[in-house]
Design a protein around this ligand. Structure first.
Ligand code: SF4
Length: 429
């Protein structure tokens, strides 16, 4: 890996406080990788930035200055979204010069490209890391669905009524947690990428800070649904969550209930999440309640049996009662959308409080799948609602710029030819 000798200012700032806010460190399961996934030699499953081999101590650098300087520095970054030390006019000139010299980059990411959807107001960002890797992040306008998609099939009723008096949100950011993904879910473009490494807490936070500063907007919602499996980068994601939710100036003061982690079902990660103090939301990418179909869709999760996953989700729901689980179900034509799969899904979901999000499959070049027809999605929704399971249908946003669910990837061009359609029946005939 080609590493820069200079950590960014944000890396240096987060280093001393990167410990997540955990209520306990005990876990009934070992913290080692439960899926026996290969651990690349450059996988830093910790809060340590990749360039920390030569860390500059910001604390040492600020030591000669009054204590308020540390607070002011955080204010410039986290509140004013200002990343140029020349603008820190309340700092002594000598400090501004030292900061610029010591940290040529304030943030560990560089925005190289922005792609705008022509259908809705979705934007996709291509960020370059300091070791010349690329990741994608998606900014979604929460109000653009009014013109672009159908309303929820049923207004969620299992959520407690909001008591917040804060103004309505305007933007949701879909952020990445890894460069590539160690898993290879069969419907997902990211899974076709080579896994390179985990993102650091600073790289996760920078995905928020750069769009917020570029467009001068308050991004109210964050979903960890971009590239990577967030619960396979547990320490860094927890550290980032701590900074997202910490009050200003230590963090970005975001509401925990507006942050969602989406996982494919990493059991020890789900258990660890119960120890996180703030009540963030948890989404599970289920996609089938029949083991053989789930094994096709998510082959790297064959070791996670559905009964074990169900028990883990029951335990999670008992420990974290603030929000019902969100179950993501990508509907793929002739693979997971027939009556047998529907019956299995209803049976699985009866075990714990949850709501279901039905997502019509988004096209990925080279993949053999097609979205379920709208009438089949409606059949699923009606049956789930009849079974008293709150059900919504995900708004399709940004699919024209490959920014929708399962479409994020930095892949070579041109894509490989499309493979023939595989169905559950064929694969297991
Ligand atoms: S769906 Fe998520 S966990 Fe699966 S390959 Fe894609 S990014 Fe990784």
């Amino acid at each position: 890996m080609n590493l820069t000798p200079h950590p960014s200012l944000l890396d240096a700032l987060l280093l001393p406080t990167a410990q997540p806010l955990l209520t306990t460190t005990s876990s009934p399961h070992p913290t080692s990788n439960p899926l026996n996934l290969p651990n690349p030699p450059n996988l830093p499953n910790s809060s340590t930035p990749p360039n920390s081999s030569n860390p500059l101590s910001l604390k040492t650098l600020l030591a000669p200055y009054p204590p308020y300087i540390d607070t002011e520095l955080r204010t410039w970054l986290f509140k004013k979204y200002c990343f140029n030390p020349d603008a820190y006019t309340n700092f002594p000139k000598s400090l501004r010069t030292t900061l610029k010299k010591s940290f040529p980059s304030a943030l560990p990411l560089h925005l190289t490209k922005t792609i705008h959807s022509t259908k809705d107001k979705t934007k996709k960002f291509l960020f370059k890391t300091q070791d010349n890797q690329f990741i994608e992040t998606v900014l979604i306008d929460n109000h653009s669905h009014k013109n672009t998609s159908q309303p929820p099939l049923k207004k969620p009723t299992s959520l407690p009524p909001s008591t917040s008096s804060s103004p309505p949100s305007t933007y949701t950011l879909c952020i990445s947690s890894q460069i590539g993904c160690p898993l290879s879910c069969d419907f997902c473009a990211t899974g076709m990428m080579k896994f390179t490494r985990n993102l650091t807490p600073a790289e996760i936070l920078a995905q928020y800070l750069l769009p917020a500063a570029t467009y001068n907007i308050k991004i109210s919602h964050i979903v960890f649904m971009g590239m990577g499996e967030p619960l396979l980068n547990l320490k860094n994601v927890f550290a980032a969550l701590t900074h997202f939710t910490a009050p200003l100036p230590n963090g970005l003061a975001l509401s925990a209930r507006r942050i969602s982690i989406s996982t494919s079902g990493i059991l020890n990660g789900i258990e660890k999440l119960t120890t996180f103090k703030a009540n963030i939301r948890l989404s599970i990418s289920l996609h089938s309640a029949l083991q053989h179909t789930r094994n096709i869709i998510m082959p790297d999760l064959k070791n996670v049996s559905l009964p074990t996953l169900k028990q883990t989700l029951i335990a999670y729901s008992r420990n974290k009662r603030a929000h019902p689980l969100l179950i993501e179900y990508i509907m793929i034509k002739n693979l997971n959308d027939d009556a047998t799969h529907l019956t299995a899904l209803i049976s699985f979901l009866k075990a714990f409080p949850c709501k279901v999000n039905l997502i019509a499959y988004n096209h990925v070049p080279t993949k053999p799948y097609q979205p379920s027809p709208p009438e089949r999605i409606r059949t699923f929704a009606s049956a789930l609602i009849k079974a008293h399971i709150t059900t919504t249908q995900r708004f399709k946003k940004g699919d024209d710029i490959k920014a929708a669910c399962g479409q994020l990837a930095i892949l070579p061009n041109p894509p490989l030819p499309t493979a023939p359609l595989i169905t559950a029946q064929k694969k297991h005939a």
